[in-house]
Structure formats: C-alpha cells, structure tokens
Write a protein that binds this ligand. Structure first.
Ligand SMILES: *[C@@H]1O[C@H](CO)[C@@H](O)[C@H](O)[C@H]1NC(C)=O
Ligand SMILES: *[C@@H]1O[C@H](CO)[C@@H](O)[C@H](O)[C@H]1NC(C)=O
Ligand SMILES: *[C@@H]1O[C@H](CO)[C@@H](O)[C@H](O)[C@H]1NC(C)=O
Ligand SMILES: *[C@@H]1O[C@H](CO)[C@@H](O)[C@H](O)[C@H]1NC(C)=O
Ligand SMILES: *[C@@H]1O[C@H](CO)[C@@H](O)[C@H](O)[C@H]1NC(C)=O
Length: 343
C-alpha cells in the first residue's frame, strides 16, 4: 500500500501522467495516507473507536511495534486488509512480502518448513505448480495479489498476526518467461526476493533422478514421497542409485547455472538475499540471516525433514566412474569432490 502511495505521489507531482485519472489518484492517495495515519497515530485521534475487545485495547497501550518502523522502511512495510477475514488487533502490525525463488531439489521444501515453524511467517508453498495460475501475467498478478493481501488459504496460513507472507516459486513455473513484468510487480509492491540455490548441481541432478524414479516406483509403502521424515525412509529412497547419462548431464547443469545467473541479474533491482543450500546445511545459524532480512524476531526454527542423500556421491551414482571421468577437467570438476562436512 505504501509503495502505491509513494509512486502515485511521485507521478502526480512530476506531472508525468496529467490525466482525468488525477482526481481518482488524489482520492486514493488520501485514503492511503489516512489509513497509514490511523495506524501511526491511533490514540491521537479524538473519537477513534477502541473496540470493546480487551485484546485490542491492550495492544494499543503497548509501545507500538509499528512505530519502530523507520520512515524509509515504509515501502517495505505493508498493512493489508484481507477480504476474507479481519486482522483485528494486528491490523497495525506491518507485514513483509517475500518470494522464495528457487529450483526443484534445491532444499526449498526443507527451507520452507523451517520458515513456517516461525510463529509470524507464512510461506504458502509452490502455488504456481498449478498451470492455470501461471497462464499469463494477468493470472500471475491475480494470484500474487491474493497471496500478498493475506487472502491465500493454505496449510501454512497463520493467523491475523502474520508478519511475513510469501511462497516458493520455481524458475520453470512462469518465472523465466515473465521476468520483466514480475520484477516490475516486485518493485511496485515492495516484495523481497529470497534466492535459494544449490551449489552442487550434480547432487541436485541425483536428487531429481531419484525423485523422478520414486514417482513411479513408490518405494515407501506404495506412496511417492518427495520429502521424508525419518532416517529409515531416507535410507529406503537413497538405495536407488541412478545411472547418469553424461551426454545430457553437462548441458543440463549448464542450463541450470545459466537460469540462476539470468534470474539473479533480472532481479538485482529488487530487495534480495542469496542463499545456498549447502551453506544452510553446514551452518544452521545462517537461517537467522533470513529472519533478519525479513525483519522477523529471531526464533529457533525446526523442520522434520530428513536429508535423503547423505553419503559421498560415489555411493549414490551407479556409473560413478563414467561420471567422474566426464567431469574431470571441466568447470564442474569440484562437484565430484565436494561433500558435506556436517552429518
Ligand atoms: C490469461 O489466461 C486466462 C486463463 O488461462 C485466460 O482466461 C485469459 O483470457 C488470459 N488473459 C490474457 C490477457 O491472455
Ligand atoms: C508475531 O506473532 C505474535 C502472535 O501472533 C504477535 O503477537 C506478534 O506481534 C507478531 N510479531 C510480528 C513481528 O509480526
Ligand atoms: C509401511 O507401513 C508400516 C505400517 O504403517 C510401517 O511400519 C513401515 O515402516 C512402512 N514402511 C516403509 C518403507 O515406510
Ligand atoms: C554461521 O553463520 C552465521 C550467520 O551468517 C555467521 O555469523 C557465522 O560466522 C557462521 N559460522 C561459521 C562457522 O561459518
Ligand atoms: C582426473 O584426471 C587426471 C589426469 O588428467 C587423473 O590423474 C585423475 O585421476 C582424474 N581423476 C578422476 C577422479 O578421474
């Protein structure tokens, strides 16, 4: 809301768009100013309704959380008004908007469960896995508007006091095709980009092949699982050792690397943070960086996810010798050497 307010004022004052729409803009701007004003100075307003609800009075008498938001933060602090429910006593608590931008099998399932274990964070999953929602920029915008207005319902939805809301977006879910329009939307609405990449693209490839194998083989009691919650289940899934076609491996890894660098370049102008799965696995304290970035209070984050492929890659690839030989001496050579130090 605040972003709209600023950009409207800018357009108006520079007179870039002198048009019949001007009076509407003024009305809109005034509405927005007044709602910001109400959130800033609730008690200064004579006759401001204090609801009989005791919770609300209590919140109002506290030193206001939102007053600690410095003025330059306003474009990033939003006060959405969901159409499906009321934020009640939390309507003056700012909400941060984010999107996790990532690729399949890069640890985003685990990452998202960690975020959702935070009382104030709602990350709504892979909402663009549904094809119709990503048909074109209008359906994308409609979907995004709903998520950021806190009107999206998913198992990750928190309560009216949600402090940060987002979802995860895979590069191949309409993101690459609509980069420019999406960047424009992110800038206009003050959405922060959280990039989550995996450094070792060979490990990612093993994970993709194993996941795709399990989709047919359904190794866990006849059900396919993309993520598991026990060591036992992880071991069952890790028993499958893919044979890797080295002819397609290198072009596929090149493609993945190119997509990540292209998307990073496009989104440089948005507020962003870049995280690597390997770093988060090695150093759990790194998760606190994301809380700082989202301006959420630090808390212990937990996930029930158990890592599937934990051994050296040579134990997870059937034709390891062929793969190692093919990558030896290429820019991807380090993928065959690097391994997890932790667990
Ligand atoms: C966008 O896609 C939706 C759903 O597929 C369709 O109904 C709509 O006409 C499309 N809009 C444009 C502008 O192409
Ligand atoms: C976090 O959630 C709690 C409980 O719903 C709420 O009281 C608090 O104001 C929220 N904090 C932020 C920063 O959103
Ligand atoms: C299959 O289900 C049974 C009973 O629910 C459970 O004890 C067993 O561990 C499961 N097997 C696997 C491979 O998950
Ligand atoms: C772990 O991550 C935190 C937060 O980014 C950082 O301050 C710390 O130095 C890291 N520790 C190690 C051992 O790399
Ligand atoms: C990589 O190539 C070098 C020589 O070109 C050889 O000495 C080394 O054993 C090779 N390593 C692997 C893992 O195949």
């Amino acid at each position: 809301m605040a972003v709209k307010y600023f950009s409207l004022v800018r357009k108006g004052s520079l007179g870039q768009k002198p048009s019949k729409r001007y009076p509407i803009l003024v009305v809109l701007a005034l509405t927005m100013i007044s709602s910001i004003y109400i959130c800033l100075f609730p008690l200064n307003q004579k006759g401001f309704k204090i609801s009989p609800n005791a919770m609300r009075v209590e919140v109002m008498e506290e030193p206001y959380g939102y007053l600690s938001v410095p003025p330059f933060e306003f474009p990033r602090a939003h006060y959405p008004k969901p159409t499906t429910y009321s934020r009640n006593e939390c309507e003056c608590i700012p909400v941060r908007y984010f999107a996790i931008i990532t690729m399949q099998r890069s640890g985003s399932g685990w990452f998202e469960t960690l975020l959702n274990s935070h009382i104030n964070i709602s990350s709504n999953g892979e909402i663009f896995s549904v094809r119709e929602r990503r048909s074109n920029m209008s359906t994308i915008t409609e979907t995004l508007d709903k998520v950021y207005n806190l009107d999206w319902y998913s198992s990750a939805s928190k309560n009216e006091c949600t402090g940060a809301v987002g979802f995860k977006w895979m590069l191949n879910q309409g993101l690459m095709q609509n980069q420019e329009d999406i960047v424009e939307y992110f800038k206009r609405r003050g959405i922060s980009s959280v990039f989550l990449f995996r450094r070792n693209l060979l490990r990612r490839w093993v994970s993709l092949l194993a996941n795709s194998h399990d989709r047919d083989a359904k190794q866990l009691n006849g059900t396919h699982k993309a993520h598991v919650h026990s060591r036992h289940e992880a071991e069952v899934l890790a028993r499958f050792k893919p044979v890797i076609d080295v002819e397609t491996l290198i072009p596929d890894m090149m493609q993945a690397a190119k997509w990540s660098s292209d998307i990073l370049r496009s989104f440089l102008g948005t507020r962003h943070i870049v995280l690597y799965y390997e770093d988060l696995v090695r150093n759990r304290t790194k998760m606190m960086d994301i809380l700082t970035f989202l301006k959420m209070p630090p808390r212990k984050l937990t996930s029930r996810h158990v890592k599937i492929h934990t051994r050296p890659l040579s134990d997870h690839i059937e034709n390891w010798d062929v793969v190692a030989r093919a990558l030896n001496g290429t820019q991807y050579e380090n993928f065959i050497h690097s391994d997890y130090r932790r667990k």
